[in-house]
Ligand binder design. Structure first.
Ligand code: IPD
Ligand code: CA
Ligand code: CA
Length: 261
């Protein structure tokens, strides 16, 4: 089976599982700390994705949100899986959540898919081949004005040095009329790739949340870096990310540098 077919079929299969339980979830538990929950749907979706990867690619490593690591993710091909991104939204009936799956080599995603089952929107990218939504090419927006930009900024108190991050939020949110916090890192990145959102910024995110999104945004013509302007290495944990259309990325980086200096 071709990789494109494998990864998109797998995301659609997981999306079906998620959708079949939507509106019925009443069991959820907190993970390591408050602000992070898991439901039985996260687990069911993850088991489905993992069983397919183990069947078709038994030699590949895996980094998956609930099940953790398998193999040696530092070398060779590694799958980064978020079986349900936006769990809190999902459990509350807020229609903004997705499945995110990426295949990376040496910390850089080469294939990625983000599937929003509720709206039947499938975002797909392969390195060097552009980004698509439902088989049609997508591009980041052409926005150049910070004031008119839709910017999504997010953080998790338990993972982020909040006082440092608060100054970024204060500085950037006060320079745009359209500040957002939407609750699904992966789907926000897909929206940046599709030109719906101009920039996404998050402190201390996990690699499975952003693996597919980094590739989608780059393949759609956007820029993806950490807060020092360096490329993202998915082998790290708690990654600071800024993914945006080029001019807005540059303008936000200038604000970040002003704060750092
Ligand atoms: C969370 C979401 C959220 C982000 C958190 C993630 P989950 O993932 O992507 O937008 O701010 O950092 O942990 O728990 O819903 O898969
Ligand atoms: Ca997630
Ligand atoms: Ca998740």
């Amino acid at each position: 089976m071709e990789l494109h077919e494998f990864i998109t079929d797998t995301a659609r299969g997981a999306g079906e599982i998620i959708l079949s339980h939507y509106g019925q979830i009443n069991t959820q538990r907190a993970k390591e700390g408050r602000g992070d929950i898991v439901t039985e749907v996260d687990i069911e979706s993850e088991s489905y994705i993992l069983s397919r990867i183990k069947e078709y690619f038994p030699d590949h490593s895996i980094v998956s949100e609930e099940a953790g690591k398998a193999g040696t993710p530092e070398t060779g091909y590694t799958w980064y899986i978020d079986p349900l991104d936006g769990t809190r939204n999902y459990a509350l009936g807020i229609p903004f959540f997705c499945v995110s799956i990426a295949l990376a080599k040496d910390g850089i995603a080469e294939y990625g898919v983000i599937f929003d089952p509720l709206h039947n929107e499938l975002f797909y990218a392969a390195k060097g081949q552009g980004a698509m939504m439902n088989n049609r090419p997508v591009r980041v927006s052409g926005e150049t004005d910070l004031e008119d930009s839709v910017i999504s900024i997010s953080w998790l108190r338990s993972r982020t040095a909040y006082s440092k991050f608060a100054s970024y939020i204060e500085r950037i949110s006060s320079n745009t009329s359209y500040f957002r916090r939407l609750g699904s890192a992966a789907l926000i990145s897909a929206y940046v790739a599709a030109g719906r959102i101009d920039a996404y910024m998050q402190g201390a995110i996990n690699p499975w949340d952003i693996a597919a999104g980094t590739l989608l945004v780059k393949e759609a013509g956007g820029i993806v870096t950490d807060f020092a302007g360096r490329p993202i290495d998915l082998r790290k944990s708690y990654i600071d990310i800024l993914a945006a259309t080029p001019i807005i990325h540059e303008k936000i980086m200038l604000k970040v540098l002003e704060i750092k200096n």
